[in-house]
Design a binder for this molecule. Structure first.
Ligand code: SF4
Length: 438
């Protein structure tokens, strides 16, 4: 009997991508074929994002396309937590499951397209299916979040923090490295809170006990001999202990900290954990220990009640903290978020637009100044794209997809996943340019 063919659409953030990889791994393990097109597949699975209105629209459109091109569609992921929204627009979907509902997705797939009798289990690589290029991979260490930021519905969609045992996380990381991954990107909703829910429970790893704690995990990952990058870290006091590992080259000198704002009033209304008071001072001290630390962050402008003064404070803070990379979102009143009910005045759309443009201009200047400091230096670069002797890569200071690139030439042909030394000749607001000297 021929194996059923599943077409898969993965939308949303890196965390959703990891969910997609898990589902795809299970599908391949059970002998399903993965189809590149909806047309001709036995079934389409759409992994949705439900966070912002724009992401919900994208998800609903993807479901619509799958229905018109194939007709047999299962929906999973964050928007799946609101089945009525999906059914209202697309009543003909076969099944809807929520985020991380791997068992329910698989049960729905089994019902709609029963697996072939004799699955070729050995066709699946031991590290599972990766949707990212082979040289880097995301490592999810926990699900959910114990914080209750007022603009965010993730805890309602994904529940409270559930940390994976540290032994499982480290084994997965080891398998990734064995399969050729050169860069591991650690993700979760709140990486520095890792293990709080399981009371930092220990696991046996390489004949010693390791605690499920941010510092211990960072230390062990740092022994794997690959680039290790930390995302979604909140500046809790214990983060200070991880900076020496960065200074020693064990993990990358890179912290992705979603500050969201700098004004204490706005942060209070957002109910942010470990909010940014004195954060600029902390970053300054971290850079004393690890001078080349790069900080990336995301911010929201136009949060209800944000005044001109709050916004100016944010701009000044960007200069002071020297944030290397920043993303900025205009506040959207997400359905179900408590920020809509705080009784705070809404910021008019045109003011949000102006603030967003001013933020981006200011950040561009900060980023350009930070990048200029790298000109003339010789820096390791991981190659993401290669075209003979020219290519595109990233330094330790840049994560894939969200940060900047290094455009380079080389005397020898470049290969994706190689780490080469590049002499940086020039920079602009976001990228670096140079030549491989290794
Ligand atoms: S830390 Fe805040 S913004 Fe991040 S997932 Fe948790 S509640 Fe949402």
């Amino acid at each position: 009997m021929a194996s059923p063919r599943i077409s898969f659409v993965s939308l949303g953030c890196p965390k959703a991508l990891v969910d997609s990889e898990r589902i795809l791994t299970r599908l391949r393990a059970e002998g399903y074929e993965i189809s590149r097109k909806h047309d001709g597949a036995d079934l389409v699975v759409v992994n949705t994002c439900g966070f912002l209105d724009s992401a919900r629209d994208e998800s609903l459109n993807a479901i619509g396309s799958a229905l018109s091109e194939n007709g047999r569609v299962i929906v999973t992921g964050c928007l799946g937590a609101e089945p009525e929204v999906i059914r209202q627009k697309h009543p003909n979907v076969l099944a809807i499951t929520g985020p991380q509902a791997y068992e329910s997705v698989m049960a729905a797939v089994h019902k709609a397209a029963p697996p072939a009798a004799d699955p070729f289990i050995d066709l699946m690589p031991p590290q599972g299916i990766k949707l990212t290029p082979r040289h880097y991979a995301y490592l999810k260490i926990s699900e959910g979040c114990n914080n209750r930021c007022t603009f965010c519905i993730i805890p309602a969609l994904r529940g409270d923090l559930v940390s994976r045992p540290v032994g499982d996380v480290l084994r997965e990381a080891e398998k990734l490295v064995e399969s050729g991954v050169k860069e591991v990107l650690v993700i979760s909703q709140d990486t520095s809170a890792y293990g709080v829910d399981i009371k930092y429970q220990t696991s046996m790893w390489r004949e010693r006990e390791v605690r499920a704690k941010f510092l211990d995990l960072s230390r062990e990952l740092g022994e794997l001999g690959v680039w290790v990058r930390m995302h979604y870290v909140y500046p809790y006091p214990h983060v200070d202990d991880v900076i020496p590992l960065m200074a020693d080259g064990k993990i990358l000198p890179y912290l992705d900290i979603p500050f969201q704002h700098a004004s204490p009033g706005v942060l209070k209304n957002m109910r942010r954990p470990a909010h940014a008071e004195k954060a600029a001072e902390r970053i300054r001290r971290w850079r004393e220990i690890c001078p080349d630390l790069a900080v990336r962050s995301t911010f929201i402008v136009g949060f209800p009640g944000e005044t001109d003064e709050d916004f100016e404070m944010l701009l000044d803070w960007l200069d002071e903290a020297k944030i290397d990379r920043a993303g900025c979102f205009k506040y959207e009143p997400v359905k179900g978020a408590r920020s809509n009910d705080l009784g705070l005045p809404e910021v008019p759309q045109e003011v949000k637009e102006q603030r967003w443009h001013r933020f981006m201009q200011r950040q561009q200047k900060v980023s350009a100044l930070q990048l200029k400091k790298r000109v003339g230096k010789r820096i390791p670069v991981i190659i993401d794209e290669a075209n003979g002797t020219s290519g595109k890569g990233r330094t330790k200071y840049d994560a894939p997809e969200i940060d900047g690139s290094v455009h380079l030439t080389s005397r020898r042909p470049l290969r994706v996943g190689d780490i080469v030394t590049v002499k940086i000749d020039r920079s602009d607001a976001y990228d670096l340019y140079g030549e491989s000297v290794s």
